[in-house]
Design a protein around this ligand. Sequence first.
Ligand code: AMP
Length: 114
Amino acid sequence: MLSENIFLKILSKEIPANVIYEDDLCLAFHDISPMAPVHVLLIPRKEIRTHDLIGEEDVTLLGHMHIVAARIAARLGITEGYRLVVNCRERAGQTVPHLHMHLLGGRDFGWPPG
Ligand code: AMP
């Protein structure tokens, strides 16, 4: 069972986060438990619980989030390479029930992923 949606509380400023970017559509903040020298989470303001619930109405939002992720990567100096990860549901490791992109960089990454 996924835990409560703590990211909604970050969006509403109910709990603090190390926010590095925000606009009308999305918010980005440093992951509290980083898996790489750079580990940023990018989340939509819209409440979407997981990736397989996105629809055609989210095309602009998701395209925008990809552009924002690339800009944040440039700003944080991980232009040699970065990884974007979206975990969908428990079996993929999703723990927070709010769609989020992990932006990871600052080290080498293996393939296949674990
Ligand atoms: P996932 O396992 O894909 O659902 O990713 C959830 C991520 O949220 C994990 O990497 C956690 O470390 C991160 N996380 C959980 N709570 C917080 C928080 N309060 N502030 C920042 N990151 C968090």
